[in-house]
Design a protein around this ligand. Sequence first.
Ligand code: 2NL
Length: 342
Amino acid sequence: MDNILTQIAQYKQEASAFTAANAEAAENFRIKYLGTKGILKSVMGEMKNVPNENKKQFGQTVNELKSFLERKHAELKAAFESRETASSGMDLSLPGDPVSVGTRHPLTITRNRIVSIFKRLGFALAEGPDIEDDWHNFGAMNLPEDHPARDMQDTFYINQNPSWLLRTHTSSVQARVMETQKPPIRVICPGRVYRNETISARAHCFFHQVEGLYIDENVSFADLKQTLYFFVKEMFGNDVKVRFRPSYFPFTEPSAEMDISCRICEGEGCNVCKHTGWVEILGSGMVHPNVLENFGIDSNKYTGYAFGMGIERIAQLKYRVNDLRLYSQNDVRFLKQFTGAL
Ligand code: 2NL
């Protein structure tokens, strides 16, 4: 009797030290201790050799061993079951969900191209706030108090404080540059601008502009023409033709608008150039002396040129976009056509 009890204690010790590295090892434990030809069965078989007066005690010991082995087996098995459930819902050999790569917006592509051309000519990038005050947007730009652009019909004023407005051009950025820097000044200023327009294929309440400003001694109209000529050749190709037409802006004198030969019909005549062979792409001129003096820049010593263009317009000519609204509708059928464009 003592023999068999010692033997049981030994089995128990062995079993309790058993570790399983995988589900198979846990199953081997079950076969070894709890299987039909296992240790528990053979211990139970000893009952017939135990003297009657000890049967009760022996039975208890065997029952304890049995529940110990079952608990131990459950523990071993559970360790793997939990690990298996965590990963079983996932087949690592399946191909992953494709990550769709976005595209740059055509206006971003166009702005980056414009800015990079002027950067190569030594222009520095300058940016400023969309919400401006009257001085930086209008006053400093030589717009008289009664200029129609200042009208509520044309400009968005901020309700809470009507001395603030949404900038109507990025000239306000150049104003801030002239306020804080001394000539020579050479900056290129891209940004969103706002005008109170009814939205249609040709007009929107916001659009994007790039303006440029160059102030130094002896800056001439010839410099303006040559710089803009270089710009359009880089932007539209070497064979592009240009013409300047006299124009009027309150902030420049003299002023000129620049046309390029129509890239759509190459001068043959089409809807885009309204059968003239020419399309307008920007406004420009020599900075008005009043604008320079507004910032304490001596207009007898310094001269400058400035220009402004609409990014939508340049993108329209490059990509043949015939409705301004497409730029802000976020329709992926439109946007994904620019895949691959930089
Ligand atoms: C256009 C015309 C223009 C300017 C913008 C400018 C800026 C300063 C001084 C003088 Cl700080 N002028 N900017 C000059 C001429 C034309 O824009 O059609 N823009 C879309």
